[in-house]
Structure formats: C-alpha cells, structure tokens
Design a protein around this ligand. Structure first.
Ligand SMILES: Nc1nc2c(c(=O)[nH]1)N[C@H]1C(S)=C(S)[C@@H](COP(=O)(O)O)O[C@H]1N2
Ligand SMILES: [Mo]
Length: 256
C-alpha cells in the first residue's frame, strides 16, 4: 500500500512538527530551551516564543508601594544546613552551616564560565556596588503570592564586571541545597533581575535565602533561586542534570 499523508505515524508527524519548530528531538543536552528534548514540553516552547515575540524586551514587572507589603512564607529549603530537609546536599550543607555560624563573613559568590574575568565576590563587595530596591509580587507556582521589598545588586552589573564572552547566552545559578537552574540572557540583563541581600529593609533572613538570592520578577517563584553559591555563564542551554529545578516537572521558562 502506498503510504499516504494519513498513514504517517503520529510519532513521525510529531518529529516533523518538532523539527519545523527548530528543535532537535534526539539526544538531550544541547537542545534549544525550553523543551530540552521532551515532546510534552512543546507548550513551554510556545509560551517562551510568544513572550519573546510579544513583550517589549525589558518590560518591567509592576512595582508596588510600602503599604502593599504583605507577609511572605518561607517555602522549599529554609536552611540548607538541615539534613532533615527534602533537598539537602551532603557536600554543600556542612559548608553552609559553617558560613552561617560566622554570619557569612567567609561567604563568596563565584562567577565563572563564558566570562572574561572569572571572579568571587564577598557580601561586602556586593553591597558596595550600586543597588536597586523594588517592591514586587512573588507568585509561587503553587498558587499563593506575596508582595515584598527586595534590595540587591542588578545581575547585569555583575555580568558587566566579569565581562561576557561573545557566545554567552544563559546564566546558571547553583545553590547550597544543590538546586541549579538557569535563565536566558534577556532575563539576566533585565533591570529588575537582582541578586538580593536585603528584604523589607533588613538583611535577607535565613529562610528566604541568606545571604544572597536571585529575584527574577519576570517569572514565577521557583526561578528566584535562594542560597546562592555559584553563577555559571554558558553558551548552551543546560538543564543542570539531576540538580536542575526542572527535574521536578517544572517548566524551564515560567514567564508571567
Ligand atoms: N535554593 C532554593 N531556592 C528556591 C527554592 C528552594 O527550595 N531552594 N524554592 C523556590 C520556590 S518554589 C519559591 S516559591 C521561592 C520561595 O521563596 P521564599 O521562601 O522567600 O518565599 O523560592 C524558590 N527558590
Ligand atoms: Mo514556589
């Protein structure tokens, strides 16, 4: 029997669809975001492309007034030194415990990868850089939201300080509970994307990611990584293997 269009197996059709969207289905690792080779992630890709197409490059998330500030629960990891937590790193947990005991005097944020001048910043160094304070709504993927004031250094300033290599396209964040996740360069250079060390006018509390957390105001809650230890700039999309936040079934791109 001649193979007509109708006979094209569904799998082949989906493959054709995927490759027409410019995706490599076979093999993982270096596929384009945010499907990383999974057919079921096609919806994520549509959201990503639609946002990138329709929204002005650096459209600002809404900022609120002091009076709007609400209480905010501490969610997920609230102390990376606690082995009883569901996410705990036997390697980084004990390191965090020591840093916490010394009030982060020896803490440093490493910034490396596709950069011209890899560096490590102390908290004092970060606080000496020009800061940004913003009152924004944190929207958790689980359905709650809260309004909070964040103070920190724009990620853009750090990337400018270390200098991006020409092929740099993604920024990956590594935390003390061993979670890892990334964002693209557009979100990384967004003026409201900050590395926050202050919350509601005080030092960032332990449960909320001390001493430094990411705030990505253009995406939902889990993209704002707490307890930062390392930033890696990459040329290719990276799902961060078993440490990747997307292994929980979350979307890599969760724009709002
Ligand atoms: N390192 C790390 N970052 C994290 C998490 C986590 O468990 N570990 N939880 C995420 C989720 S799901 C949310 S909603 C926010 C919660 O931030 P909060 O505890 O300040 O409310 O942090 C995000 N960042
Ligand atoms: Mo969340």
């Amino acid at each position: 029997m001649k193979k007509g269009k109708e006979d094209l197996p569904r799998r082949d059709f989906m493959k054709a669809l995927a490759s027409s969207a410019g995706l490599a289905l076979a093999g993982c690792g270096q596929t384009e975001p945010p499907t990383y080779g999974h057919l079921l992630r096609m919806g994520d890709l549509l959201t990503y492309k639609a946002h990138r197409l329709l929204l002005p490059e650096h459209a600002l998330a809404r900022e609120y007034d002091y009076g709007d500030i609400s209480s905010v629960p501490a969610i997920g990891t609230t102390n990376p030194a606690d082995p009883a937590r569901s996410i705990y790193s036997a390697e980084h947990g004990p390191v965090y415990e020591k840093l916490l005991a010394d009030e982060f005097a020896d803490w440093k944020l490493t910034v490396e990868g596709s950069v011209l001048r890899p560096a490590a910043f102390t908290l004092a160094e970060l606080k000496r850089l020009p800061s940004r304070t913003q009152i924004t709504r944190h929207a958790c993927e689980e359905g709650w939201s809260a309004i909070c004031q964040w103070t920190g250094v724009p990620l853009r300033s750090i990337l400018e300080a270390v200098g991006l290599q020409p092929g740099a396209r993604y920024v990956q964040f590594h935390a003390y509970d061993d979670l890892a996740d990334g964002i693209d360069m557009l979100d990384a250079l967004h003026p409201q994307t900050i590395l926050a060390y202050g919350m509601n006018g005080r030092e960032l509390p332990l449960g909320h990611g001390a001493p430094l957390r990411l705030r990505v105001e253009t995406q939902v809650g889990y993209k704002s990584m707490k307890f930062l230890r390392r930033i890696v700039v990459t040329e290719h999309f990276d799902d961060n293997g078993s440490q990747g936040a997307i292994q929980n079934g979350w979307s890599w791109y969760a724009g709002i």
